[in-house]
Design a protein around this ligand. Sequence first.
Ligand code: DQA
Length: 145
Amino acid sequence: QTILILNGPNLNLLGRREPEIYGHETLADVEARCRAVCPAGVSIDLRQSNHEGVLIDWIHEARESATAIVINPGAFTHTSIAILDALNAFEGPVIEVHVSNVHRREAFRHHSYVSGRADGVIAGFGIEGYEAATRRICTLIGAGH
Ligand code: DQA
């Protein structure tokens, strides 16, 4: 089984961008932490794009190639009906992750188009949120029992 961990715009700069908000760890650290919590037989496919259409194409591909999706859509969280529609066309479980607590930040970050589709939402746990999401997804797909 494969968990697709999708990251949207500016998350390639994770660890270097506004570290007081997003911390010092990078996407490579996220990948290592998520691999470490995965039971045998579950693989992680972590990707990042700054382009909405690329993220949408990857969600479409996931219909064939992934069991579940963990997604941090970055700023597209707050703008993208198209990413919501793509996720609605994916049948497996979806967990939404935000490194920062979006609810404590600007009002424009309080609404997420993705949350209405997500099976769970994590915000403000730093990059540990990705690990928690990965564990939860493994429970939802019945892996590691
Ligand atoms: C973010 C929160 C978004 O509001 C922001 O645009 C990001 C990152 C987070 O992980 O905290 O790019 O998704």
